[in-house]
Design a protein around this ligand. Structure first.
Ligand code: ITT
Ligand code: NA
Length: 182
């Protein structure tokens, strides 16, 4: 069994569905873990992953996701979680509607004393208003490239096909299969 450590239920559901569609079962370890400050997603994700070794079942992975808004010089980037909780979507829209932006997910997978990383990016635009649908993080204010809907208006399956997380998971699954781990 492969374990996904996150306290974010929406992340887990997206990942669970993507793996399941490919015949792989994953299991949820619901816990919050420490995050180091910094500008480099790969480094932050690796640091958190290392901090969990010996604390949780193995093999396990984590997902670190950032939102980078062009008109705000890449802010909030790796501080996406803190900014979402403090400013919230409505203030981000006031500051940056119409700006180009992208999500980046870095998965760190701990397996037999090594850490393997897989990343994915989704480019898009900050919406003019907050939209309905499911309310996962920044989804209600992010319009992906070549779309006229926000991520919150897509089904989980539709989002997985194009998203930062979906892309990182596809690379991850290819690695698992190539190395006969699943
Ligand atoms: P864990 O670290 O426990 O996995 P988290 O919610 O703290 O959960 P992140 O630090 O990676 O995860 O997320 C940063 C912020 O970005 C946070 O506010 C999330 O809600 C948001 N976020 C992450 N993935 C997202 C996605 O696919 N769509 C919209 N918002 C997302
Ligand atoms: Na986090």
């Amino acid at each position: 069994m492969i374990y996904f450590v996150t306290h974010n239920k929406n992340k887990y559901i997206e990942a669970y569905k993507e793996f399941k569609e490919n015949g792989i079962d994953i299991s949820w370890i619901e816990m919050e873990y420490p995050e180091v400050q910094g500008n480099d997603n790969e480094f932050i994700s690796r640091w958190s992953c290392e901090s969990l070794v010996g604390q949780v079942n193995e093999p396990f992975f984590i997902d670190d996701t950032g939102l980078y808004i062009e008109n705000l010089n890449g802010f909030p980037g790796p501080y996406a979680s803190y900014v979402h909780d403090t400013l919230g979507n409505s203030l981000i829209v006031r500051l940056a509607s119409g700006s180009r932006a992208y999500f980046k997910t870095v998965i760190s997978f701990y397996y037999k004393n090594n850490i393997y990383q897989f990343s994915g990016i989704l480019k898009g635009i900050i919406a003019d208003v907050e939209h309905g649908g499911h309310a996962f993080g920044y989804d209600p204010i992010f319009v992906p490239e070549n779309s006229n809907k926000t991520l919150s208006e897509l089904s989980i399956e539709e989002k997985n096909k194009i998203s930062h997380r979906g892309k990182a998971i596809k690379k991850f699954m290819a690695f698992l299969k190539d190395n006969s781990i699943v």
